[in-house]
Ligand binder design. Structure first.
Ligand code: RP5
Length: 166
């Protein structure tokens, strides 16, 4: 069975950012589940959820949180599945608070941290991880890169057009 990706966020207020991760996973037809659970407000539910990841076929976790962003690290401590952390921007400290909370893991329990609001890259990293053992997915990722490269080349060609009257 193909492994899926779990997207978990500290609050439903993180959803507008995390929707970008879901969109990428849909584009690559990777099964995913999406939940809002908090390391601080619902710690028991986070533990229960993490314990069932394998049973539900979830191979990778994308965990997002803002402020004192402990969710990715806590989930990483509860599962051996790879965890990708997404710091969410908040008023006040602008996301640096969450970035430092997520990136600064103690040795032994890694969280692969993307930039503040980096939900799209988190999903692309999850796809790349799954593609290591899935040739079809690897081909799709190559196609994705080719499309991106073409878009950049087209934009460049547009800029390169000689100025009118030159
Ligand atoms: C964090 O606190 C959540 O991940 C969210 O980014 C932030 C604020 O949560 P709400 O007060 O909007 O629910 O745990």
């Amino acid at each position: 069975m193909k492994k899926g990706v779990s997207i978990i966020m500290g609050s439903k207020s993180d959803l507008p950012v995390m929707q970008k991760a879901e969109n990428i996973l849909k584009e690559f037809v990777v099964p995913c589940e999406i939940r809002a659970l908090s390391a601080h407000r619902t710690p028991d539910l986070v533990r229960e959820y993490a314990a069932g990841l394998g049973e539900r076929g979830m191979g990778i976790v994308i965990a997002a949180a803002g402020m004192a962003a402990h969710l990715p690290g806590v989930v990483a401590g509860l599962t051996t599945a790879p965890v990708i952390g997404v710091p969410i921007e908040s008023a006040g400290l602008g996301g640096l608070d969450a970035l430092l909370s997520i990136v600064q893991m103690p040795p032994g329990i890694p969280v692969a941290t993307v930039t503040v609001g980096g939900a799209k890259n988190a999903a692309l990293l999850a796809v790349a991880m799954l593609a290591v053992a899935d040739d079809q997915l690897a081909d799709k990722l190559e196609e994705y890169r080719t499309t991106m490269r073409t878009a950049v080349q087209n934009a460049d060609a547009e800029l390169c057009k000689p100025a009118k009257g030159a």
